[in-house]
Design a protein around this ligand. Structure first.
Ligand SMILES: [Ca+2]
Ligand SMILES: [Ca+2]
Ligand SMILES: [Ca+2]
Ligand SMILES: [Ca+2]
Length: 240
């Protein structure tokens, strides 16, 4: 069991069975007091059969202090931090990470949920006209460290495909969930946002791009959802 901490080091406990746990934080290489750490996720990021740990970081600190951390499992109860090596030392204001296979090639890609540093900014809604003269939400010119990010896993190196994939945004992300919502065989992403900006339902087009269909499918105002429970099968039809 790994417990994250923001102002203190995280803690790793080895389950000895019978509800007995041993603190192996130091011996496992997971003792770390650098960065203001937020969401923790466990996934086999490099596909070697051992569960790895990705730790997000945020807070109003220097950019370098917000580098997310990737602890690769050495298979012997020790971990080595390799975020930079994998291309995942992202310096955004991160909330949580979601590993999913966006291109069905068998390796895990990453959707990184981020947020603006100032929550007040999240209550500002700027509008501009689209090409048809209809109002649409305008994005800030500089979204570095703010927008959610999408990384594609290319043989162990994670490539930032945020802009190309069409998921550039600047809402205050609280949580997300991954599922094949339209049952076309490609994983989609639902993002819960706080404040005035609406949620996102990114439908995977199957070619590395996503289309936000939240407004098309849900005709509701911003929801301020703190968490998401979409995996409910209503009645017995087994739809998500
Ligand atoms: Ca692994
Ligand atoms: Ca993949
Ligand atoms: Ca890949
Ligand atoms: Ca889908």
């Amino acid at each position: 069991m790994f417990l994250g901490g923001n102002m203190v080091s995280g803690k790793m406990y080895l389950n000895l069975g019978d509800f007995k746990f041993k603190d192996i934080t130091k011996a496992s290489g997971l003792e770390n007091i650098r960065g203001f750490r937020t969401g923790v996720n466990m996934a086999d990021v490099n596909g070697d059969g051992h569960i790895d740990i990705y730790v997000c970081a945020g807070g109003r600190y220097t950019d370098d202090f917000r580098k997310n951390l990737l602890y690769i499992n050495n298979g012997n109860s020790t971990f080595t931090e390799k975020a930079a090596e994998y291309g995942l030392a992202d310096m955004s204001y991160s909330t949580q990470s979601y590993f999913l296979d966006i291109d069905n090639d068998g390796d895990l890609d990453l959707y990184l949920l981020n947020h603006p540093p100032d929550p007040k900014e999240s209550n500002n809604l700027r509008l501009e006209n689209d090409k048809d003269g209809k109002p649409k939400i305008a994005l800030s010119p500089n979204l570095t460290f703010i927008t959610d990010r999408l990384y594609r896993n290319d043989n162990g190196k994670f490539k930032d495909i945020t802009e190309k994939s069409g998921i550039l945004n600047e809402a205050f992300g609280l949580s997300a969930d991954v599922a094949d919502f339209n049952e076309d065989g490609f994983a989609d992403i639902y993002v819960c946002n706080d404040y005035v900006k609406p949620d996102n339902l990114y439908i995977n087009n199957g070619d590395g791009t996503f289309t936000d269909k939240f407004k098309i499918i849900f005709n509701i105002p911003p929801s301020h959802l703190w968490d998401l429970i979409l995996r409910i099968s209503i009645m017995t039809d087994a739809w998500i």
